[in-house]
Design a protein around this ligand. Structure first.
Ligand code: CUK
Ligand code: CUA
Length: 611
C-alpha cells in the first residue's frame, strides 16, 4: 500500500469513529431496540388498509405495493425487469416495451396529481440505470409505457417528480456525459465536453402518454433529487447538484472540496416557450436548449456542500434542502427568490448561469442532526427530516425552525414518506421510514439483511414507532395515497376487442401461412381450445390467447416447458406470445395460474415435427 493511500485509510477510519461517537450509532451492534405500539398497525383479517404505499424497488427494477397501516405487501408490479409471475417481458407487447433490457433501477415513484393532489390515475417511476421513465396505470396496476432510453442523459436520478397538474415530469442526470450519451470523448475533456442534462417530459392529460419535449444543456455537474413547485412556486422545478467541482476521479473526495454547491431552479414554463420559439439545437432527435443563451430559464441558489434532497412544502413557498455533509436543513422562501429574480439582484454567476444571493433568499438553517437527507410534511405545519448517520427522524416546525421531537429508526434511513406527503394538503397521521439496513430487526437470512420499512404514528405531539416490515432491495422513495382514491378494474379489458381476440370458442383456430403459424386459442375454465398445436421444426409460432372468463381474479397462464416462456392473461384480455419452434419434440402447454378445481387438467400439446 502506498503511503498516501495509507494516510487516506487512517483519516477515513478516524472520521468513521468520530461520526460513530457523535451519533451514538454502534458500528458493531446497532442501537437499543425499542418496541413500538404494534396494535395501531392491526388491520383485522377481512378488513382493508387505509392507504396504499408505492415503494420503488431500486435495482430490482420493480415497484412494491404495501397497505398502510398493516404494512402488508400486497403486490409487486414489474416495470423494468421481466417477471414470469405476470408473464411480464415474455409476451410480445411487454417484450417490445422492455426493448431487450432486463433490469432497471427504480428510485422515485410519483403519483399523478390534479390541482396538487394525488388523483390516483397513474404512477410514474424512473430508471436511474438506463435513462428511462415508465408509467403504471393504477386501474390495472400494469406498466403501460416505458419512455427511453432518452438521448443525451445518463442516470436520470432526479426523476420522477410531477408538476401539480401532471403536465410534466423531469429527468435530471446524475452522471455527466458526452452528448449524445454513448459517444466517446476522453475523460480528460470532462470540463469542456461533458454535460449534465435535464429533460422535460410532457404528459398527455387524458392518456398519460409521455413524450420527450425538450432538454436543457447544463454544466457537467451531478444532479440529484428534485421537486416540482406548487401553488406560488408552480411553474418551477428545483433540483440539487453536487460535484460543481467538476471532478471526474475519486468523487467522494473531489466532489466535496467546495463549501457550497447549488440548487438549480428551472422555470419550465419558460423552457416550454423557448422550445416553441425554436431556440434549441437538435441533438440525437431532442430539442436541446442552452440556458446560457436563453436567459430566464435557469437560476442557481447556493446550498451547503453535497446536497441530496430538496422538498417543497405544501404551501409552495418554503423549500427545504439538506446537505448530507452539514447537520442542517436550509430553508428558502420562494417569495424572496421571486423578488430577487424580478429585481435581477444576483450575487454572481457560474458558467454563465446567475446565482442568487444566499443571504437574500434563505430564511433558516435548521439544526437537525447528522446526515440529513429528505424532508416530508404533515397537515399541521411540521416538517420531518431523515437523518442517515443519526438513524433518526426529526420533527421541526416551519416558521419556528426548531426541532421539537426526534425518534430513532432501525437503521440508517434514506427517504421517508408521509401520508399524501407531497401534495398541497398532506394528511399527517402516518410516516414510513425507508431504512437502508435492518441488521438485527428480523430473523437473519445470510450475510445480507433485508431493508426495513418502519411505520411511525405522527398524529400526536410525539412521533411513535408503531410497526415494521422487511423489504427486498431496495426502496429509495415511496408515496402514500388514500386507498379510496384508487379504483382498480374488477374485470380487465372488458370491452376491448383486440384484433387477435377470440370471443367465441367456435372461432378458435390454427392458421398457417408459409413458415408462420398463428394459433388463436381460447382459455376458459378449465381448458384450452384448441388444445393441440402441431407445427414443423423451424416455424414461427404465434400463440394468441384470449381469456374468456369474465370473473374477477380468474387469470389463466400459458407456459411451455423447455421453451422458456410463460404468459399470464387476465379476464377478458388477449395476449400474444411468439415461439420459434427450434426444438422438435412433444411439449405440453399448461395453465400456470391456479384457476379452478380442474386447473391441473388445463393443458394442451405443442407438437413440433422434426425436419
Ligand atoms: S435517493 Cu436513495 S436515499 Cu435515489 Cu432519492 Cu435519497
Ligand atoms: Cu387456467 Cu389454471
Amino acid at each position: 500500500m502506498r503511503r498516501s493511500h495509507l494516510k487516506h485509510v487512517v483519516w477515513g477510519l478516524a472520521a468513521l469513529v468520530l461520526v460513530t461517537l457523535l451519533s451514538g450509532f454502534s458500528l458493531f451492534g446497532g442501537k437499543e431496540t425499542p418496541g413500538g405500539d404494534a396494535s395501531k398497525a392491526l388491520v383485522p383479517p377481512g378488513k382493508l388498509d387505509e392507504y396504499y404505499l408505492f415503494a420503488s424497488g431500486g435495482h430490482s427494477g420493480q415497484v412494491f405495493v404495501y397497505g398502510v397501516p398493516s404494512m402488508r405487501r400486497i403486490r409487486t408490479i414489474p416495470v423494468f425487469t421481466p417477471d414470469p409471475a405476470w408473464g411480464y417481458g415474455y409476451d410480445e407487447e411487454t417484450k417490445a416495451m422492455l426493448g431487450g433490457l432486463t433490469w432497471g433501477d427504480v428510485h422515485h415513484p410519483a403519483l399523478s396529481e390534479t390541482n396538487g393532489e394525488y388523483d390516483g390515475r397513474w404512477l410514474f417511476v424512473n430508471d436511474n440505470a438506463n435513462n428511462r421513465v415508465a408509467r403504471i396505470n393504477l386501474k390495472t396496476f400494469y406498466t403501460e409505457q416505458i419512455l427511453g432510453p432518452v438521448p443525451n442523459i445518463m442516470g436520470p436520478h432526479s426523476a420522477t417528480f410531477v408538476t401539480p397538474n401532471t403536465e410534466y415530469l423531469f429527468m435530471g442526470s446524475r452522471f455527466a456525459t458526452p452528448v449524445p450519451a454513448g459517444t466517446y470523448v476522453p475523460i480528460q475533456e470532462f470540463k469542456s465536453k461533458y454535460y449534465g442534462v435535464l429533460a422535460g417530459v410532457k404528459i398527455d392529460p387524458k392518456s398519460g402518454h409521455m413524450e420527450l419535449a425538450w432538454e436543457l444543456l447544463l454544466p457537467p455537474w451531478s444532479f440529484d433529487l428534485g421537486d416540482a413547485g406548487k401553488k406560488v412556486s408552480d411553474g418551477w422545478y428545483f433540483l440539487t447538484t453536487y460535484n460543481t467541482e467538476e471532478a471526474y476521479e475519486t468523487l467522494e473526495v473531489g466532489a466535496s472540496a467546495r463549501d457550497r454547491d447549488f440548487i438549480v431552479m428551472v422555470n419550465w414554463k419558460e423552457a416550454e416557450k423557448a422550445a416553441a420559439a425554436g431556440k434549441f439545437q437538435t441533438i440525437a432527435g431532442a430539442k436541446v436548449i442552452d440556458p446560457v443563451k436563453v436567459p430566464g430559464i435557469v437560476y442557481l441558489m447556493p446550498v451547503a456542500k453535497s446536497p441530496h434532497g430538496v422538498d417543497v412544502a405544501p404551501d409552495g413557498r418554503h423549500i427545504a434542502a439538506a446537505g448530507k455533509l452539514q447537520p442542517t436543513v436550509t430553508v428558502y422562501d420562494f417569495e424572496k427568490i421571486k423578488s430577487a429574480i424580478e429585481a435581477k439582484k444576483f450575487a454572481g454567476e457560474e458558467r454563465g448561469l446567475p446565482i442568487l444571493d444566499y443571504e437574500a433568499v434563505r430564511v433558516a438553517e435548521v439544526p437537525v442532526g447528522l446526515g440529513p437527507l429528505h424532508t416530508q410534511f404533515d397537515d399541521k405545519g411540521y416538517a420531518y427530516t431523515s437523518l442517515f448517520i443519526d438513524s433518526a427522524i426529526v420533527k421541526w416546525k416551519i416558521g419556528e425552525w426548531k426541532v421539537i421531537d426526534k425518534v430513532d429508526v432501525h437503521y440508517n434511513v434514506g427517504h421517508l414518506c408521509a401520508a399524501e406527503g407531497d401534495t398541497t394538503s398532506p394528511d399527517g397521521k402516518w410516516l414510513v421510514s425507508l431504512n437502508k439496513m435492518a441488521k438485527d430487526r428480523f430473523l437473519p437470512v445470510g450475510p445480507s439483511h433485508p431493508e426495513n420499512l418502519q411505520l411511525i404514528d405522527i398524529s400526536g405531539d410525539k412521533m411513535k414507532l408503531v410497526y415494521e416490515s422487511p423489504v427486498d432491495p431496495e426502496p429509495h422513495y415511496a408515496q402514500m395515497i388514500k386507498a379510496d382514491k384508487i379504483k382498480p378494474e374488477v374485470v380487465f379489458y372488458k370491452d376491448v376487442k383486440r384484433p387477435n381476440s377470440v370471443w367465441d370458442p367456435k372461432d378458435a383456430r390454427v392458421v398457417r401461412k408459409g413458415n408462420r403459424v398463428d394459433a388463436y386459442i381460447v382459455a376458459i375454465r378449465s381448458r384450452f381450445i384448441p388444445d393441440r398445436v402441431e407445427v414443423n421444426e423451424g416455424d414461427d409460432v404465434y400463440f394468441h390467447l384470449t381469456n374468456n372468463d369474465m370473473d374477477q381474479d380468474i387469470t389463466h397462464g400459458f407456459g411451455i416447458p423447455l421453451y422458456n416462456v410463460d404468459m399470464q392473461v387476465e379476464p377478458g384480455e388477449t395476449k400474444t406470445l411468439h415461439v420459434k419452434a427450434t426444438k422438435p419434440g412433444v411439449y405440453p402447454f399448461y395453465c400456470t395460474n391456479f384457476c379452478s378445481a380442474l386447473h391441473q387438467e388445463m393443458q394442451g400439446w405443442f407438437l413440433v415435427k422434426p425436419k
